[in-house]
Design a protein around this ligand. Sequence first.
Ligand code: HEC
Length: 99
Amino acid sequence: MKKLLMVLSVAAASLSAQAETRDIQGIYNRTCIACHASGAAGAPKTADAVAWKPRLEKGMDTLVKNAKNGIGAMPPKGLCMDCTDAEFKGLIEYMSKAK
Ligand code: HEC
């Protein structure tokens, strides 16, 4: 019985950890992925640390602002109309991290 409880609590913990990552990843998969997976129209590619380096050097606040306003061929908010600043930050961190 004790063992079963332990298994259950471990399962619950990993479920909630997944929910957190799925959130940002879910948004990414619905929106940003369309351009940032392939680098369409010159978009810095996801997990391409070299492409993201000069972007990150502008500072996170600028990147969030540019993502919200749109930049070059990127439409405002990257088509995620209900994304919050915190979510943009999470998405940028997600995309700019080398895998
Ligand atoms: C329709 C295609 C498209 C979609 C969808 C898109 N992007 Fe982009 N994104 C681009 C392009 C193209 C650029 C390069 C713009 C430039 O520098 O000329 C870019 C650049 C960026 C930059 C760098 C801005 C800078 O100041 O250098 C950030 C941050 C960014 N995108 C975030 C996102 C996020 C977050 C999403 C999803 C919510 C998203 N993008 C969805 C096309 C897209």
